[in-house]
Design a protein around this ligand. Structure first.
Ligand SMILES: [Cu+2]
Length: 151
């Protein structure tokens, strides 16, 4: 009985392994992340933001569910919006996630969508490289490195 259970466990692990290989074997990743970056700011500044282009190469919609990094106490997905009278504010995106349409893009850029870094743990100096884990609904987890620069 125990042996059978163990064998089943091993078989299912193998199956998962093969699936991962099959998915990773394609010429193209389901989602590609281009030019992840953030703006320079001293550690004294409580918050920062990261920007990047997300491209969905697959033929099904995907969603950026979350981002995380040790460089920030809390990370949220935000958007800028017009509060009226030309005043811009920012808020968590609706539902807390960013959709990336099949074959399309989601652009995170200054003045728009961004990965919000709250309670910064480090200086964001020119050239600082910050590892970030992105979690997509379909594409799964992805490790990227954002580079800090002035613009
Ligand atoms: Cu924000």
């Amino acid at each position: 009985m125990k042996k059978a259970t163990l064998l089943l466990t091993l078989l299912s692990m193998l199956a998962v392994g093969f699936t991962a290989v099959a998915c990773g074997g394609g010429e193209e990743e389901a989602v590609t992340v281009t030019d992840p970056w953030g703006r320079t700011s001293p550690a004294a500044a409580a918050n920062g933001a990261f920007y990047m282009m997300l491209t969905n190469n697959s033929d099904s919609d995907d969603t950026l569910l979350s981002a995380s990094t040790d460089a920030c106490g809390t990370v949220e997905l935000h958007e800028m919006y017009d509060k009226g009278d030309g005043v811009m504010g920012m808020r968590p995106v609706e539902g807390g996630t960013i959709p990336i349409p099949a074959g399309g893009n989601a652009e995170l850029k200054p003045g728009g969508l961004h990965v919000m870094c709250m309670m910064k743990q480090i200086d964001f100096e020119e050239g600082t490289e910050i590892p970030i884990t992105l979690t997509f609904e379909n594409a799964g987890e992805m490790e990227i490195t954002a580079v800090i620069r002035d613009n």
